[in-house]
Design a protein around this ligand. Structure first.
Ligand SMILES: [Zn+2]
Length: 206
């Protein structure tokens, strides 16, 4: 049976590579190029504003999601899809006698082994605790969750410190010992969130 184009249903030639006819392959390439051009335009504009010390404002339109309910006077400066990681203690087994050592294996993963006879060992691990879309506004940093995940809303005035490393932003807030790490799509997005926070927090302090 002849295969059909997955997009327009036209019969594919015997020699066709992939699921699309030539016309549809061309159309997909054009759509992808247009999408990338639009993304680049948005990024260029956001980057230009931030470099000149201004906060960008962007449209918040998340595909296939219920509209995000913003608060009165809330302006969205930037958003991107994100995963949230938080430190959790995980039981790592029972250790026999040992000299006291603490071994750091990976970022956030360390074993602390005491010099007692034997005891339960826990490791601190950064675990993924939610995912959705991270939004930085003039009021807060907000994780708008995917269905089945938890929301996190951190008012700007409660942020004690933040640190960005590549595509990760680590946040500490008042009244909470443990931090949040938001992992966004790429370094560019990480940098943009950090730049928005820098501008917003400087404004808060002045
Ligand atoms: Zn086609």
């Amino acid at each position: 049976m002849a295969k059909q184009c997955a997009r327009c249903g036209k019969k594919l030639s015997f020699f066709a590579k992939g699921p699309l006819c030539e016309g549809c392959q061309e159309a997909e390439r054009a759509e992808q190029a247009e999408y990338e051009a639009r993304q680049t335009a948005v990024r260029t504009e956001v980057g230009r504003k931030i470099r000149s010390g201004e906060l960008p404002s962007v449209n918040l339109h998340i595909e296939d999601a219920a509209p995000v309910l913003l608060r009165a006077g809330e302006v969205v400066h930037f958003w991107d899809k994100a995963r949230l990681y938080e430190v959790r203690s995980v039981y790592a087994g029972y250790e026999g006698g040992s000299h006291g050592v603490s071994i750091r294996i990976l970022k956030g993963v360390s074993y602390r082994i005491g010099s007692q006879k034997g005891h339960a060992v826990y490791k601190s691990n950064w675990l993924e605790t939610s995912q959705g879309f991270l939004i930085v506004s003039n009021q807060r940093l907000f994780l708008y969750p995917r269905p089945g995940h938890k929301a996190v809303s951190i008012p700007l005035k409660k942020i004690l410190s933040y640190q960005r490393s590549a595509n990760e932003i680590e946040i500490y807030k008042e009244d909470r010992e443990k931090g949040y790490v938001f992992s966004v799509s790429n370094d560019y997005c990480g940098e943009t969130f950090a730049a928005c926070l820098a501008l917003l927090l400087a404004r808060r302090e002045s």
